[in-house]
Design a protein around this ligand. Structure first.
Ligand SMILES: NC(=O)c1ccc[n+]([C@@H]2O[C@H](COP(=O)([O-])OP(=O)(O)OC[C@H]3O[C@@H](n4cnc5c(N)ncnc54)[C@H](OP(=O)(O)O)[C@@H]3O)[C@@H](O)[C@H]2O)c1
Length: 276
């Protein structure tokens, strides 16, 4: 069956949350037609306000509510669903994604962007790029890797997998949760974060250039030592910095060279000393 062609391609964001909403807003500003999903109708007004069409979608491992109308007629799909294992440790996000893929195929969406995480690299040290063999340690990292593999087993004309580092930005910075902890772990390690503006910037670049399929790391090329960074951030936030844990360092830097060279992308927020 031929998909009906429109002048303007329509982009869907499955998971119009903290990152998805910022992406949707940026796409609308570029004049794009955007759908965004949420599980809660109470969020419709906020989504609509940003010019995004809201859809109620709820995905569970073996149960998908509202997915068919959401996907129907889309040209590009961004999957911005978190694995959610912190809240629900028994959840099988990998099974959910495996069961979601047939719906995407049935909707004949040819350009898919799956947001994964640098947790797939596990606890490896040194310089890490997309050629580094993933060795996830956490259940979340293991399941995300299984999701990446599930997507790769299917043919899409474009499949982009974006492995994001720790996300910071408006109303989100680990210093607020770390300040309640007794020790900062791995103080001699390095930070591998990305600001929301750059996560959105890279996603816009991916949407714009479907000809570049593949796996991309999304991590800011700014890697100060964790101890230095958290001391500076605590000062900026007016918080007391917790003491540093005494433990052997795991030092690693995740490279974003590939994303920068493929999309000619320049990071917007180069210095991550910000609470906004
Ligand atoms: N946080 C990090 O440091 C980090 C690091 C690397 C990668 N990532 C990735 O970044 C992406 C965006 O994360 P975020 O921080 O924007 O997440 P978020 O604010 O929690 O938003 C998640 C969105 O997904 C929807 N959602 C969650 N569970 C769902 C389910 N079972 N069925 C249908 N929809 C569901 C939520 O619906 P409601 O609107 O109803 O809540 C919400 O719209 C995710 O793919 C995450 O894995 C995050």
């Amino acid at each position: 069956m031929e998909k009906q062609k429109r002048n303007q391609p329509e982009i869907g964001i499955l998971g119009c949350g903290w990152l998805g909403m910022a992406l949707g807003e940026a796409l609308v500003k570029q004049g794009k037609i955007v759908r965004g999903s949420t599980r809660h109708e109470q969020r419709f007004a906020a989504i609509k306000e940003r010019g995004i069409s809201p859809y109620r979608v709820h995905c569970e491992e073996d149960h998908f509510e509202g997915i068919i109308p959401f996907l129907s007629g889309l040209d590009q799909l961004v999957i911005a669903l978190p694995p959610g294992l912190r809240h629900t440790p028994t959840r099988r996000f990998d099974h959910l994604i495996q069961n979601l893929i047939p719906y995407i195929k049935a909707a004949m969406i040819d350009h898919v962007i799956f947001i994964s995480s640098t947790s797939v690299y596990g606890a490896q040290e040194g310089s890490i790029d997309e050629n580094t063999l993933p060795q996830p340690v956490s259940a979340s990292g293991q399941q995300l890797l299984a999701c990446e593999k599930a997507f790769s087993r299917h043919s899409f004309s474009s499949l982009q997998i974006l492995r994001l580092g720790g996300l910071i930005g408006p109303n989100r910075h680990p210093i607020f949760t770390l300040a309640q902890k007794t020790r900062i772990k791995n103080p001699q390690g390095k930070i591998n974060y990305i600001h929301q503006s750059d996560a959105v910037g890279i996603l816009l670049a991916c949407i714009q250039a479907p000809q570049f399929s593949g796996i991309f790391n999304g991590v800011c090329p700014y890697h100060p030592q964790r101890s230095t960074y958290f001391k500076q951030m605590a000062q900026l936030a007016g918080l007391v910095c917790p003491p540093m844990a005494e433990e052997q360092a795991t030092v690693r830097e995740i490279s974003a060279e590939k994303v920068m060279s493929t999309f000619d992308y320049q990071f917007i927020v180069e210095n991550l000393l910000t609470l906004n």
